[in-house]
Design a protein around this ligand. Structure first.
Ligand code: FES
Length: 105
């Protein structure tokens, strides 16, 4: 199963879905540029912002209250924005695409 991170300038970075790892951890494991994960996954830094492809938002779900604190400060926030550290991978994610903002917080 594969997920794809798309950078703000349109480069695709495929990565393996590792069930139980967060979308942020997978990006860091794979050295995907554009996701930092500075707080280690505590929803406290806002450096793991992604925008979920609209075809996938019902599968992965919208942002939770704990994410809103950081997302609301992000200038590139969109309706389908999520904090990648708050998204836990599972095998249903095969084909998931997320877009990375130009800048993280
Ligand atoms: Fe810090 Fe997600 S890694 S908010």
């Amino acid at each position: 199963a594969t997920i794809t991170y798309v950078t703000h300038d349109g480069e695709d970075y495929p990565a393996p879905v590792t069930p139980g790892r967060s979308l942020m951890q997978i990006a860091v494991d794979e050295a995907i540029p554009g996701i930092d994960g500075d707080c280690g996954g505590e929803a406290a830094c806002g450096t793991c912002h992604v925008v979920v492809d609209s075809a996938w938002i019902d599968t992965v779900g919208h942002s939770t209250d704990v994410e809103e604190g950081m997302l609301s400060m992000h200038p590139e926030r969109e309706a389908n924005s999520r904090l990648a550290c708050q998204m836990t991978a599972n095998n249903e994610w095969d084909g998931l695409t997320v877009r990375l903002p130009e800048f993280q917080l």
